[in-house]
Write a protein that binds this ligand. Structure first.
Ligand code: PAF
Length: 306
């Protein structure tokens, strides 16, 4: 496994990989990360190995996607452990640039996806998705992968990257992958390490409220506005939970619930909803979501009085 820190060496290594039968025949799969890898990342690497001849992993805590009062400085880092995970998962190249290598001068260029970034994490973390789209574009330009793998825990990030790739004709297939959970149901996240034992215990309410939402949606006559309120009320039963947002959007178009009209939904053709949550426990902001089918639901009834 090669560990590379400069863009110049990375381009040369990718050119070598493309000349090898593994990289050229089945293609190069890419898993971009902020590091501090957990089993969710390992599952992305596994999937990338299945689909491709060679896998490239990037580890870069990207300052552009963190707000001024967010956790850039204290974001957990452990490169030795990350490199072990990468070795175990058969990664061919790990790209670990530092901030100076990625941003040697003040950036005058940024990639911004509009519309779907006005809601959810886009509105509660201003500039976050510009930072993500910009760094992912840079990484795609440097690595030029055939496929790139993203976890659906951040479903909005997946949608933003997919839209960027479509709009800018980037030659890479985006592969969304399912969220991995701890045994007790908490969605895996590098940020879980920040939680105290009590916060971690109470954070289970996120998964529980999403499970219940799935059941509530089966009830005849349930309205989506009511569903959203029920989910928020359930989360609020955890005393340490401080809700950033509980939202329901159509999926995969990310049309906010308040803007839905039956006709509009028919036009976008969405057959699913995404219930998305962002909740703080102490200093730690966690996100989670569930994608549920609208099949069989009386949409007119479900949407009335939202
Ligand atoms: O999801 C992440 O880990 C990051 O947002 C990404 C895609 C690596 C960009 O920095």
């Amino acid at each position: 496994m090669k560990v590379i820190t400069t863009i110049k060496e990375m381009r040369a290594a990718i050119a070598d990989l493309r000349r090898e039968p593994s990289g050229s025949a089945k293609g190069i799969g890419f898993v971009p990360t902020l590091g501090y890898l957990h089993e969710g990342h390992a599952s992305l690497l596994k999937r990338a190995r299945e689909d491709n001849g060679a896998v490239v992993l990037s580890i870069f805590v990207n300052p552009l996607q963190f707000g001024p009062n967010e956790d850039f400085e204290r974001y957990p880092r452990d490169s030795d452990r990350d490199l072990n995970v990468a070795r175990q998962e058969g990664v061919a190249i790990v790209f670990m640039p530092d901030v100076q290598e990625m941003y040697p001068q003040r950036m005058l260029t940024s990639v911004a996806v509009s519309g779907i970034t006005d809601i959810l994490c886009g509105s509660s973390r201003p500039g976050h998705f510009d930072g993500v789209a910009t760094v992912v574009s840079k990484l795609f330009n440097i690595i030029q992968p055939d496929r790139a793998y993203f976890g659906l825990k951040d479903a909005q990030q997946v949608a933003v990257v997919q839209r960027m790739v479509q709009d800018l004709n980037m030659n890479v297939e985006i592969v969304p992958c399912p969220t991995l959970r701890e045994e007790d149901g908490l969605a895996m996240s590098s940020r879980n390490v920040y939680l105290t034992a009590e916060e971690r215990r109470q954070a289970l309410v996120l998964q529980q409220s999403l499970n219940d939402a799935e059941e509530w949606l089966k009830r005849p006559g349930i309205r989506l506005g009511e569903l959203k309120e029920k989910v928020a009320a359930q989360i609020s039963t955890a005393p340490l939970a401080d809700i950033d947002y509980v939202e329901i959007v159509s999926y995969p178009s990310f049309l906010p619930l308040e803007e839905w009209e039956h006709q509009a939904l028919d036009i976008v053709g969405d057959k699913q909803i995404l219930i998305a949550l962002a909740v703080r426990f102490g200093q730690t902001r966690l996100i989670d979501n569930r994608i549920l089918s609208l099949e069989g639901l009386d949409l007119k009834g479900a949407l009335s009085h939202v």
